[in-house]
Design a protein around this ligand. Structure first.
Ligand SMILES: Cc1ncc(COP(=O)(O)O)c(C=O)c1O
Length: 297
């Protein structure tokens, strides 16, 4: 019993239509799937991915991994505080151990998360059993329940299928920003036949299709759903931006009165506006953009 039910998630999350001439003039409807409103602290895909893992942890310490600004680390720390579960965050970058904590990591520790910093080569190999065992030993978390970076294991991917089910029959195309691709892997599997799903990777690399296929094979036994990725909107890579993206995002916030998360959601919305202007969607298409997060702080 993890007490998850006491957290009262707002599910299904609301679907909100926006009036935006950049879509309307191409005969398109723009809908926002407000997963950012599911829970004040377990925001968006964090709820969908963490909830099944917190249940599986069954009260054990939860250890997980992330970079210095990881949304996933913050959400795991918040879940730990809310549910009374000990949490350990393995953070990329040994050098950070000797510096003042940034606001994101400070929030993690304020929520009771114990931080353990590791060097980058070790962090890169953290999925290898020997390395993982060594890191867990050093972090004094050998018996802990391990959630991978970004939270994207099979339980999480299956948890994200509900997002697709909630959208079934409500839109023709669904678009989502991708980091590890776990959320898209589940979402696409839950969509009704005939619906398509578009992923916008925020990291540079072009490796994500294979990762998503492998996540789907592990979670569901096969590749599933009609999904594609558009690799043009990463703006140089994770957390990178340009004056053009910043101006676009501020304008979007202004037009619609919606605070836009910068690392993922901004790139998704920019990509969708570009695709609408390029005529990538047939007239009459209802496009749902998943709002997977909220700005921090
Ligand atoms: C706000 C937000 N949107 C999207 C994603 C991407 O999720 P995924 O790693 O499942 O692709 C993340 C990553 O955790 C996120 O924090």
């Amino acid at each position: 019993m993890t007490g998850l039910d006491t957290l009262r998630p707002r599910l299904p999350s609301p679907l909100q239509e926006l009036s935006d001439p950049r879509f309307a003039r191409h005969g398109l409807r723009l809908l926002l799937k407000r997963d950012d409103l599911i829970h004040p602290e377990l925001i968006g895909n964090k709820w969908r991915k963490l909830a099944p893992n917190l249940t599986a942890a069954a009260g054990r310490t939860v250890v997980t991994f992330g970079g210095a600004y990881s949304n996933h680390l913050r959400a795991t720390a918040a879940a730990g505080r809310l549910l009374g579960l000990p949490t350990v965050g393995v953070v990329r970058g040994e050098e950070l151990a000797d510096r003042p904590l940034n606001p994101s990591l400070a929030r993690c520790t304020a929520d009771g998360m114990r931080l353990h910093f590791v060097d980058r080569p070790t962090y890169r190999r953290k999925a290898e059993p020997d390395t993982l065992a060594r890191v867990l030993r050093a972090a004094q978390a050998e018996d802990a329940y391990v959630v991978p970076e970004g939270g994207s294991n099979s339980l999480a991917v299956r948890g994200c299928r509900a997002l697709g089910e909630e959208l079934s029959g409500r839109a023709d195309a669904v678009a989502i920003a991708c980091g590890t691709g776990g959320t898209l892997a589940g979402l696409a599997a839950g969509l009704a036949p005939g619906m398509r799903c578009l992923g916008v990777p925020v990291l540079k690399g072009g490796f994500l299709s294979a990762d998503i296929e492998s996540l789907q094979r592990r979670a569901f036994g096969a590749r599933c759903g009609d999904w594609t990725l558009d690799d043009r909107f990463h703006f140089g890579g994770y957390a990178r931006t340009t004056p053009e993206l910043d101006a676009f995002t501020e304008d979007f916030e202004h037009r619609h009165g919606l605070p836009v998360e910068r690392l993922y959601v901004a790139k998704l919305l920019y990509g969708l506006v570009t695709l609408a202007e390029e005529g990538a969607f047939a007239r009459g298409t209802a496009v749902a953009a998943v709002v997977t997060g909220r700005p921090f702080p």
